[in-house]
Design a protein around this ligand. Structure first.
Ligand code: PLP
Length: 394
């Protein structure tokens, strides 16, 4: 009889970021005078916006006086913050009740924790290339995973499987790593598939704020029927620079019922058992993001990364390189020139241009031959990287 969860032994070695770090460190040691431009990991570089900083300071001061001190917060979130989030959705035409919004410490926590709601015999469906944590969280649980491989032919936004079966379906849009965005038509097919098979979609909307094209859905609840089949997982990490501050939110509609159980009520029970809520300080900081002023400021923040993408896409265009993403997404997914693999392109760009990106095969086998650039880098580095990439490929 095992003592530990033996499923951990089935996890593939996470060679991707460790492999990148080892190669970059070795290069930096051998070439200490060279400036390495890091367009690899998707961490943000710009600071928090002024209204968030003011709110965080104020929150710390509140905790210093008995009259304004806060102890435990409601496990599911402060009521003003939940209302501010439903108002954020309402501005985009999505009606939710405050009880359908749960605050969290971030999307990663939720993507793992939410699996507790589902039977382990329910298979997972993953669209590859994919954010590696989806597979790992399910492998840890011993769940069977079905992979759907995508390519340029379907724009990396595939149709649902032909054979209908109930599953836990992961959809990430705008996508990490491909930058592809699911259209309303494509998402409608998935919603219909999920409702007809009794599946549940886990919609990862961590990058929704990057969508500027009004025709593209930022929330799965813009699709009719989604409230009976989808959970939406969101984060302020990339929207408002909270990667190190931590804050996210999850939407579970009350209409989402499986086996006679309301998933919303189950999650209330889960949160009140397994957490004691998100800190008062972080919730106050997050609330500032949803004010009018906060929204104006984060648009300015996002415009830095959007401009990065424009600058870099112009450089790729001039070099005749083909790619997707960058338009409604902070990621650019480049087809590796001259039939190289992602790792070969990685070595070439590091050696010849001192640019670090991420090899596509790190996100699944069908990512081979592609390369991801993150637009969260410093604007000066992006400009320089654009020049250097041209010197390699022109
Ligand atoms: N989902 C996707 C697709 C991501 O790319 C990331 C972070 O890079 C996350 C979730 C995790 O976000 P958080 O910082 O909120 O945990």
């Amino acid at each position: 009889m095992p003592t530990v969860n033996l499923n951990y032994g089935k996890l593939k070695d996470s060679y991707l970021f460790a492999g990148i770090a080892a190669k970059v460190n070795a290069y930096a040691k051998a070439h200490p005078d060279q400036k390495i431009l890091r367009l690899g990991i998707g961490d943000v570089t710009q600071p928090l916006v002024p209204s968030v900083i003011a709110a965080l300071h104020e929150a710390v001061d509140d905790q210093s006086k008995a009259a304004t001190f806060h102890g435990y917060m409601p496990e599911v979130g402060d009521s003003r913050l939940r209302s501010a989030i439903t108002a954020y959705y309402r501005r985009r035409g999505v009606e939710l009740s405050d009880e359908e919004v749960f605050v969290s410490y971030g999307a990663s926590d939720e993507l793992g924790d939410i699996l507790n709601l589902f039977d382990r015999s329910l298979d997972a469906v993953l669209i590859e290339p994919a954010y590696p944590a989806y597979a790992d969280a399910n492998v840890m649980e011993g769940r069977t995973i079905h992979y759907i491989e995508t390519s340029e032919a379907d724009g990396f936004t595939p149709a649902p499987p032909r054979d209908p079966f109930p599953a836990l379906i992961y959809i990430c849009s705008p996508n990490n790593p491909t930058g592809a965005v699911f259209t309303k038509e494509r998402l409608t097919q998935w919603v219909e598939y999920a409702n007809s098979t009794g599946s549940v979609i886990l919609f990862d909307a961590a990058y929704e704020a990057f969508i500027t094209d009004d025709a593209l859905p930022r929330s799965i609840y813009e699709i009719e029927g989604a409230k009976t089949c989808a959970i939406e997982i969101c984060s302020l990490s990339k929207t408002a620079g909270f990667t190190g501050t931590r804050f996210g939110y999850t939407v579970i509609p009350q209409a989402l019922v499986r086996d006679g159980a309301e998933l919303n009520a189950m999650w209330v029970r889960n949160r009140t058992t397994r957490t004691n809520g998100v800190s008062y300080i972080q919730q106050k900081g997050a609330l500032a993001v949803f004010t009018e002023q906060g929204q104006r400021e984060i648009q300015e923040l996002l415009s830095v990364y959007r401009q990065n993408a424009k600058t870099f896409m112009a450089a790729l265009d001039q070099a005749g390189l083909s790619y997707i993403g960058g338009k409604n997404s902070p990621y650019i997914w480049m087809r590796c020139p001259d039939g190289r693999t992602g790792w070969e392109t990685f070595d070439l760009l590091l050696e010849k241009a001192q640019i670090v990106g991420t090899p596509g095969e790190g996100f699944g086998a069908c990512g081979t031959g592609f390369f991801r650039f993150s637009m969260f880098a410093d604007p000066a580095d992006i400009k320089e990287a654009g020049k250097r990439i041209q010197s390699v490929f022109l």
